[in-house]
Unconditional design. Sequence first.
Length: 94
Amino acid sequence: MEGQLVSWLISLITGGVGGNIAGALLKKFSLGIIGNTLAGVVGGGLGGQILTGMLGAGAASGLGGNIAGSGIGGAVLMIIIGLIKQAMVGKSTA
């Protein structure tokens, strides 16, 4: 139980970091610090779960796999939300 909680915390923190790194690198899609962090946290949780589901608990339970899956998940979700936001803003000004 305790190991699972630590794994979830790592996923959420790493996702938040991944969202902020993606926001810093891709300013065009950035949602601001709070938006990048929130999208990253959600994406990190989802990314960690998807990785575990795809590769199995044994393969994804390592710290490296958890960090990679969660960081990438956080970055991807932040970019997707940034794209949607940009498309909605573009349509409202047209």
